[in-house]
Design a protein around this ligand. Sequence first.
Ligand code: CAA
Length: 379
Amino acid sequence: MLLDENYKEIRDLVKKFSDSEVAPLAMQIDHEGVIPESLVKKLGETGFLGTYIPEEYGGAGMDYLDYAIVVEELSRNCASTGVLVSAHTSLCMWPILNFGTEEQKKKFLPSLASGEKIGCFCLSEPNAGSDAGSLTTFAEDKGDHWELNGVKNWITNGKEAKTAIVFAKTKKTDDYKGISAFVVDCETEGWNIIKIEDKLGIKGSSTAQIALDKVKIPKDNLLGPPEKGFRVAMATLDGGRIGIAAQALGIAQGAFDYAINYSNERIQFGKPISALQGLQFIMADMSTKIAASRLLIYDASQRKNMKIPYSKQSAHAKLFASEAAMWVSTKAIQICGGNGYTKEYPVERFFRDAKITEIYEGTSEIQRVVIAANELKGK
Ligand code: CAA
């Protein structure tokens, strides 16, 4: 896609950072299951942890397309690093930026935008995944504060996070109508990380289960109106899905680039395997799926920049890009053959990392629900 000079500059900047600072650590991050603090610090210093947060709140003052490019380019080398940035930005900072009061923005955004604090988003529970409205975590009004009790699951950045957006019912209902949103300091007493998941991929990204045991939340930390928290969650996920689509695109591009280089170097039957038309046709399909993913992501991002509805477009982008990443990374292993199946080569990591993009921030099936619901309403 043709980008104007400003976007090209951002791409060049983040590409250089990703190739020099992220790529050399990617295999180590996968093996050791942790992103070094020194890398997180650099992400903060470069502004990549506060891309679209306005400068008055300590951010880099960029836009939503810049952000998608940042997540894409980081994920091209390391999907764990890509999702740390994505969950922190889309799921924690954006709802504060969009639904927070001026005091809340001034209080919470600067330390998040600088990377001094990492953010997370606590919606899912052991028995509330795709059916997010059925969550049972409860925040009781204790007069001068709220008291939070419940269990939250699948919390990306859960180990590192110091600030969380937490969804809890403030009215006992069976559906989404009693849900409110809160900004919570993760160092409050009663915030207990009870499990860190051992996963197939994105090994450097922490995924936590968190028990909330009488966590005291100041009254001022209610985010948006009471009992309107489900709207906060849904609107936040509309943007989060652009971030995950960009992560998927980066994974697909990384796997594709590796497979192309490998096919030029690998000699069989007396010539590079890239000369075989059977492989060229696969490469052409990989290239097409990557290009189509990029167009959908950039379209959704530009709609968000222009403040026009993008719920359907972000679901399009996530659905298509995540399935493309799975397909492209599978084919990348096929092109690299036995070598591609080993841990000495990065394509098996891309393949393992791609799978989660079809699951978190709404499964592919949920994206289809969102797309169909929008179409049926004529949106
Ligand atoms: N923006 C704002 N509000 C929205 C909205 C949107 N995109 N979509 C729906 N809403 C509002 C509606 O207006 C309605 O509110 P009101 O009654 O106040 O008008 C309310 O939400 C309910 O709308 P629906 O009846 O359409 O919603 P539903 O109950 O049928 O559920 C769903 C829709 C799409 C299935 C939804 O439950 C959903 O998205 N589920 C998936 C949840 C998900 O993505 N979870 C991932 C968690 S995050 C994660 O992965 C962890 C991590 O750390 C990465």
